[in-house]
Design a binder for this molecule. Sequence first.
Ligand SMILES: [Zn+2]
Length: 501
Amino acid sequence: MNNFRLLKKFCCLVLLFIMFVACFQGLVACGKDDYIKKTAKKLSTYNIEAGYDDVTKIVSAVLTCEYKNDNEAVLEQLKFHLYPNAYRENAKNKLVSSNLITYAYKNGYSYGHIEVKSVKVNGDAVAYEISGTDNDILIAPLSTQLYPDEKVSVEIEFETKLANIWHRLGYGDNTVNLNNWYPILCYYDKTEGWLTDPYYSVGDPFVSGIANYNVNLSVNSNLIVACGADLTDKQVNESTTRYCFSAVAVRDFSIIMSSAFLTDTVKGGNTTITYYYFNDQNHLNTLNIALDALNYFNNSFGTYPYDTLSVVQSDFYQGGMEYPRLVMVSAGQQESSYKKATVHEIAHQWWYALVGNDQVRNAWMDEGLTEFSTMLFFENHDYGIDAVNDIKTAKTSLNNFLDITRNYYKNIDTSINRSVNSYRNETEYAYMCYVKAMIMFDDIRVIMGNVKFVKALKDYFNNNKLCLAVPANLIQSFSKAYGSNMESLFDTYLTGKEKTI
Ligand SMILES: [Zn+2]
């Protein structure tokens, strides 16, 4: 063997090593969102062709739902929520709690609705039914029974009229908010069947499964469009622009538009964050908070698998609102509230968008955990928010609320494992599902210690992403990380028997 041969052999080994490293890195890179792509193949798909008229404030659209029966049940009909009908005049379910009316209807009362024009099943027109307490459920009869894993195509032509309201759906002075704007499938529960909860004024009264979306939207070209999806194409035709969006494995589809939007963009991990704003002197600081939050939650809970996240300053009557890959942050808040709302809504990307839950019956699961995740973030980042003191203040404030309420009502239900419509009012809901649930997670962290607590959250995320988790899933992850059954501890808080508060 001579030196040349040795050198040749060495070069071959180096080359093999480089190839191995490249392959390994490739595998890791492919693996990052493999579960999204894998899951997407099994899902139902919504294809929507829509146009928005900024003068009449009407969205005209044709939606085709390529539905796959992923239940064990045989189905004879599909049910869809018609959430825009909650915005009608004289709707039976209150859209806005009494104490928030002036924040929502800033320009006086205004109403919207959705009109279904036709429904076709596998290409044939069918006699559909509109039901629900507020005409908020669409029932599409199927011509033949749909067995598990079988598919059916349902086409719905509809028009959604927006109200002038600072709400999830509606237009304000600065933004047009297109949320819960199209017929979306009701969630099919194994034991309950279709969940047809109406639009409650309290909480985020939505339960939805994961689906794929292809949405084409034509709008006046002066509008800048923020969306929880990838922009796949953009065609400018004289005064209108047609945007083509695509999102796989998401729980809902959100769009916010404004002619006044300015944008800043930054990349964190595998995700590009775009901040859309119309009035933020500290916009770079807001973008930085969003970036830090994304990185922190990526490391703490698990990697955010989507390519984009839109953070959108919006005309909205509360602090903010979460949708998959898009969060609304309300304009006009105090600086500290704005920072907290930004982080809170981003935390919801993990506890709602990725790990879903029944937000009507188990609101504490996303709101409590999101509120505590927000505190965790500010404990570890210096943005002028004293998280330790905020938790102390929250305990005092909760106790004051309970004292006052007990004096007034003589009794108070401090359980948090109940439906959003069972709370007496918005304040009680906020104290139970946000404040008390956050305190519960803080108490549990003290018992478990930081390391085990974060381990529990990672496990919970990993085992329940893209699913609809139930309390048992969460308790199981905490028990596993703690090394002992934590069910009775959780139970005391959930059922209102705790003595620690
Ligand atoms: Zn929230």
